[in-house]
Design a binder for this molecule. Structure first.
Ligand code: GLC
Length: 642
């Protein structure tokens, strides 16, 4: 059965007046409605549309004038997040500035870094006690009390907007906390709410599903189902036992989230990070990730938002393989109609892998798997985030360059925990797979890059090398194209922090080792030239901050970093040198990276046609490239024709 288009339009029209905002909404409905209908019809009964349009009309009426204007502005400038001037910053509100009012006070600091895109990690009301860093939401309509109120959220968004900074929040939509109202009602025996979750009376179905389901937290949350006495059943819990997966095949669930999205948008949120989006559709006999319905549902939600609040965009957190991730930015019928941004997990993993091995061939091979993106989308590019790193090296890619995938993953886990001979890294093992022995890794970017150990050694050459390694890796984040996401504290190279061990709600999850509080005195000092008697740590912080500032400035000056065009990656004749080639309408940009600790030479033939007089946008130097150029350890060049 199909949705009755004319009836739907008539329903919306009767709820609207004739002022400018109303006519705009109707105009967008006429323009994008079909994308909504088609996506809804792929998953739900047509009757869903009535409730959804009700939600849309109410939220539209509640939307304030400033946000209606923001919608108009962004309809005219839909590439606002793709521009080279977009610089992202990601932090926990409490660790960064205590609360939302504190964030507003720190805007000058963000401005000094050139930040235009701020992601505040989970701030909605979580469950008490252990809550997976806020990813176990108990109430989507209130904030964590110590962070502020919903009106503080609106006020903070306004302050950020005045400073040219957009606001991203998490939308955790695969699961809720078992304390969430829906789960409470389900536990009390309300059948309508029991249907909001996947609940099984006995182990028959769960056992069948388990055959093909991977485990996310095998150490502290083994299995994908949890027995609940109140439900007298097994409830689906992909992550921790207190995070209940919601049932997206239920249209009531879809409408709940549409309403939550509308409410967050009406508080000034510009981008929603769709947490664990790959998991929202379950299918027996599969891993229950990346199922086609995920993309239909995302298209329906995205189009709902595009009509209601076009200044809002979506960012997919889909930590999936190269073959699957493209679909989150839209492939085929979904192209440009799902998320606007997606995390480039493979790039992150491959940067660390390349740095560890000093060889670009696997990097080139893995990155060659990524086709061009829809031109209206972009990658979220990052070196570190609040999560562990899963060493997602594809066996086929490894084999193609003469490596064994399993052994390379083991090497990376060894290298980044400092076990491998010669490694300066100081990560820690996270979630060990008993069958294969493979482990994921926690640790701050600086500690993984060897800065912590180098500082402890007090040896200047080791410190120099670690800082160069760190900045080389971050240069790739700023140079790849897409939004560079600076993880809080990385602008000064903050190190691992073990203070989480004192908090029982955190102690068993070592991802907290890289989620420390901001070291404000150090961050504030880092912009100034250190005094002659300054400590080595202070000097390092200053050098990193200066390096990041340089990357921000170079990036902003290069139109060729606009995200609408993809980067091509090439290994060169020398294994330790990699080239990022951006054949861009705004000009040809060639980036060269020496990913090793020894000097190298790059031949002009490896520069994709760049020759003669060139400018290096990192140093500002202009020179004739001749037959090629030398590169110091971890040296980076961003070159265009002069
Ligand atoms: C995402 C978050 C992670 C969390 C998980 C479950 O992957 O980044 O921190 O544990 O989702 O919500």
């Amino acid at each position: 059965m199909a949705i009755d288009r004319l009836a739907a339009r008539a329903q919306l029209e009767t709820r609207l007046g004739t002022d400018r905002d109303d006519l705009d909404l109707l105009d967008r409905f006429d323009r994008y409605g079909e994308d909504l209908f088609v996506a809804l019809e792929a998953v739900y009964d047509p009757s869903i549309i009535t409730r959804l349009l009700d939600i849309m009309a109410s939220a539209h009426t509640a939307r304030d004038a400033a946000l209606h204007q923001r919608d108009r502005d962004r309809v005219l400038a839909p590439d606002w997040f793709q521009r080279p001037s977009t610089i992202g910053y990601v932090c926990y509100t409490d660790q960064f500035a205590k609360n939302l009012k504190g964030v507003a006070k720190r805007i000058p600091y963000l401005e000094s870094l050139g930040v235009t895109y701020l992601h505040l990690m989970p701030i909605l009301q979580p469950r008490p006690g252990a809550n997976d860093g806020g990813y176990a939401v108990a109430d989507y309509r209130n904030l964590r009390e110590d962070l502020g109120t919903m009106s503080d959220l609106r006020a903070t968004a306004e302050r950020l907007h005045e400073s040219g900074i957009s606001l991203t929040l998490d939308l955790v939509l695969n699961h809720v906390a078992l304390e969430h109202e829906w789960a409470v009602k389900a536990r009390a025996g309300d059948p309508a709410y029991r249907d909001y979750f996947y609940v099984f009376d006995d182990r028959e179905k769960p056992d069948q599903f388990e055959q093909s389901l991977p485990e996310v937290f095998p150490d502290f949350a083994p299995g994908n189902f949890t027995w609940n006495d109140d439900l007298r059943g097994w409830v689906w819990t992909t992550f921790n036992d207190y995070q209940w997966d919601v049932n997206w095949s239920n249209p009531a669930v879809f409408c709940e989230y549409a309403d939550i999205i509308a409410n967050l948008a009406n508080h000034g949120v510009d981008c929603l990070r769709l947490d664990a989006i790959a998991f929202i559709w379950k299918r027996l006999g599969t891993t229950s990730q990346n199922e086609p319905e995920v993309h239909d549902i995302t298209q329906a939600l995205r189009t709902f938002a595009r009509i209601l609040c076009p200044s809002l965009i979506f960012k997919a957190e889909a930590i999936v393989g190269p073959a699957q991730v493209g679909a989150y930015l839209g492939e085929g019928e979904h192209a440009g109609k799902v998320s606007d941004l997606a995390y480039h997990n493979s790039l992150m993993v491959q940067i660390w892998s390349m740095i560890a091995s000093g060889d670009a061939r696997l990097f080139e091979r893995a990155l060659s798997r990524f086709g061009a993106l829809p031109t209206t989308t972009g990658w979220g590019v990052y070196l570190r985030c609040h999560d562990d790193i899963g060493w997602a090296i594809d066996d086929g890619d490894a084999a193609a360059v003469g490596l064994n995938g399993h052994l390379h993953r083991m090497f990376l886990a060894d290298y980044f925990t400092g076990v491998f001979p010669g490694s300066d890294a100081r990560g820690v093992d996270f979630q060990i797979d008993p069958a294969s022995g493979e482990r994921r890794t926690s640790g701050s970017a600086a500690s993984l890059a060897g800065i912590e150990r180098a500082l402890a050694s007090k040896k200047a050459p080791a410190i120099d090398l670690a800082v160069a390694r760190y900045l080389c890796a971050y240069s790739m984040v700023f140079g790849f194209g897409g939004i560079p996401l600076l993880y809080m504290g990385d602008e000064i190279g903050m190190l691992n922090d073990e203070s989480y061990l004192a908090d029982p709600a955190k102690a068993d999850d070592n991802r907290w080792i890289h989620r420390p509080s901001m070291k404000w005195p150090a961050a504030e000092r880092a912009r100034d030239t250190p005094a002659p008697n300054a400590s080595a740590a202070t000097v390092v912080q200053h050098r990193i901050r200066a390096g990041i500032d340089g990357l921000v400035a170079a990036r902003r000056s290069l139109e060729a970093l606009h995200a609408s065009v993809s980067t091509r990656v090439r290994a060169t004749g020398i294994p330790g040198v990699v080239v990022f080639d951006r054949q861009h309408p705004a000009g040809h940009l060639v980036q060269v990276y020496n990913v090793t600790d020894s000097p190298k030479w790059i031949d002009t033939r490896d520069l994709g046609g760049l020759d003669g007089d060139v400018v290096d946008h990192i140093t500002g130097h202009r020179f004739d490239i001749g037959a090629g150029m030398p590169l110091g350890p971890f040296e980076v060049r961003w070159l265009t024709r002069a």
